[in-house]
Design a protein around this ligand. Structure first.
Ligand code: B12
Length: 497
């Protein structure tokens, strides 16, 4: 047995990337301690507390790792990452390595805190780094590595060629060596074990280039290194799921976390034939309007697809194409909704980003109109635009003069609380705030087909400018709908296994 390595995942008990790394390290003879630090919470996550850090220090003392790896996936949690990093630095003299999406895109910033950064996919690179360090050799030439040389200069090595995901084994799951720190408590064991969901990816990489997403930036790191969007074999996916079925006593639902679920001819057919026979558990996927057709969806529904989340983001063709860099037309989106309705996907969710500085009132109305054309039943997931560091849309907003550099940095690097509170572009100062409120409520209400006749009447009132007192009526309806929905949700929670 080689040394012990501690891997820390923040705000993410499933942490696929960290589980893949743990597997790679174990296969190469390391003992791995994985710490899931804090619960995933997409609404109001709390900062790491003193007590939680003290629990981490005690765990490090008890398990005596030789290396520590911090997974820094998202910039939204940096405030807590800094605290955890500082706590380790203060109490231990151990090499600290950062990896994950944020560290990969901003190695220079990460190296203000870490000794080393591994960019991109880390399975092979991390094993190589720890092997080199324990042999007392110089890691300077290792692929994927970024570090500061003896003069304090940043060195960013090239990444290695793309790997075949089938060769990486399955993400590590199980109680051995897993700890969960949350709510000022530490629990030995894998939080995944008690859950009724299992998450996996059947592919890596995203074929699209949306301006608000970091995926395109990750793809740029791998330019010239092989085919970035890769599918695993169906054999490998089935074997992982069979293993999960055996390991998780309460398993009821499978979540595919592929950025966009496969539309490969042949792959979908093989998967759909085998999945019900070999796995037979309802599953959900993320989809894209341009990758949805009858063949794929009818096969998947037959195989057990119970939920699909499809990003549409805006009803305005200009916003989609020129601002978000998405190429689907109104017709293609409407067609996609028809396919999903005809194939009877039990739960369809459309995702929209509204209330951002690029959007005019007219474009907000276009979102309402598109939603009315979407074939029910569906639910809407409506949120604001979050500016993620390094994404193309950040520069676009700066060029357009919507924010100064200082304002943008404050948005992207604010505290945990500030970042989660700034989901929406602050429209309260807009001169047409009443209209924005009305049209936003109307967008929300399009997901209830029985209200559509009423909505059309309101729309015409609003367009003829006699409708601003509609705002009160809309608010009343919204309150009723929300109350009903909350009750329904409570009822679902009660009957849920
Ligand atoms: C699935 C997914 C989720 C899942 C879970 C993610 C997971 N991996 O467990 C859920 C739904 C929970 C989720 C949540 C969020 N997500 Co998300 N998510 C993704 C998605 C689509 C795929 C991630 C994935 O599973 N990849 C496969 C695994 C194997 O790769 P990986 O996690 O990157 O890990 C590899 C390397 O990064 C590296 N590595 C990772 N950690 C470490 C640590 C060390 C020490 C080393 C050496 C290497 C290393 O090695 C790993 C193995 O190769 C990505 C898009 C993308 N391309 O990354 C967005 C993405 C990561 N998410 C993003 C965001 C913003 C979020 C949320 C903040 C959303 C929210 N509002 O709550 C949260 C944050 C969660 C968190 N704790 O950080 C952004 C992050 C960009 C940024 N600058 O912040 C991304 C890039 C998408 C985007 N919009 O740009 N997400």
């Amino acid at each position: 047995m080689k040394d012990t390595v501690m891997l820390i995942a923040l705000y993410n008990q499933r942490a696929l990337g960290v589980r893949y790394l743990a597997e790679a390290l174990k296969k190469n003879g390391y003992k791995v301690i994985t710490v899931f630090f804090k619960d995933f919470n997409s609404i109001s996550p709390s900062k790491v507390s003193e007590k939680e850090m003290q629990l981490l220090v005690e765990l490090i003392n008890k398990t005596e790792p030789s290396f520590i790896g911090l997974s820094v996936m998202s910039s939204l949690y940096l405030e807590s990452v800094y605290l955890v990093n500082e706590c380790i630095r203060k109490n231990f003299n151990l090499p600290v390595v950062w990896g994950g999406v944020y560290a990969s895109l901003f190695p220079g910033h990460a190296l203000e805190y870490a000794d080393y950064v591994i960019r991109g996919e880390g399975e092979e690179a991390m094993v190589e780094l720890f092997d080199t360090l324990r042999e007392g050799k110089d890691p300077a030439q290792l692929q994927n590595l970024a570090y500061k040389d003896s003069d304090g200069q940043l060195v960013v090595n090239d990444v290695r060629p793309i790997v075949d995901v089938d060769e990486l084994g399955f993400p590590s799951v199980g109680d051995q060596g897993h700890y969960y720190i949350h709510d000022d408590k530490i629990t030995a064991g894998d939080p995944q074990m008690g859950g009724f969901t299992y998450e996996l990816t059947a592919s890596r990489g995203c074929p699209f280039k949306c301006s608000y997403c970091s995926s395109i930036n990750l793809r740029r790191i791998y330019k010239g290194k092989g085919k970035y969007v890769r599918f695993r074999s169906v054999d490998s996916v089935m074997a992982e799921l069979n293993q999960a079925k055996k390991a998780l006593p309460h398993l009821k639902v499978i979540h595919f976390w592929d950025e966009i679920f496969s539309n490969e001819a042949g792959w979908v057919e093989e998967f759909s034939q085998r999945y019900p026979r070999e796995i037979g558990i309802p599953f959900r996927v993320w989809g894209h309007p341009l990758m949805i057709n009858h063949r794929i969806i009818s096969n998947l529904v037959e195989a057990g697809l119970y939920q699909i989340v499809v990003g549409i983001q805006s009803g305005s063709p200009r916003i989609r194409k020129e601002v978000f860099h998405r190429n689907e037309s109104q017709e293609e989106i409407i067609k996609c909704s028809q396919v999903l309705a005809e194939c009877k996907v039990p739960k369809v969710i459309y995702d929209f980003m509204i209330h951002h500085p690029f959007e005019s009132l007219e474009e907000l109305k276009e979102t309402y109109r598109l939603c009315l054309e979407l074939k029910p039943p569906f639910e809407l997931q409506i949120h604001g635009l979050h500016f993620l560091p390094g994404t193309d849309i950040v520069q676009m907003a700066l060029d357009a003069g919507y924010y100064s550099c200082e304002e943008m940095n404050a948005k992207m690097y604010g505290s945990l609380k500030e970042q989660f509170e700034s989901w929406y572009w602050d429209v309260s100062a807009s001169e047409n705030i009443d209209e924005i409120t009305c049209w936003t409520s109307m967008i929300f209400l399009t997901q209830f087909p029985s209200l559509r006749t009423m909505l059309k009447k309101m729309e015409s009132n609003l367009e003829h400018n006699k409708g601003l007192n509609n705002i009160y009526r809309l608010q009343l309806i919204m309150n009723k709908v929300l109350k009903f929905r909350n009750l329904a949700q409570k009822a679902i929670l009660v009957v849920k296994p």
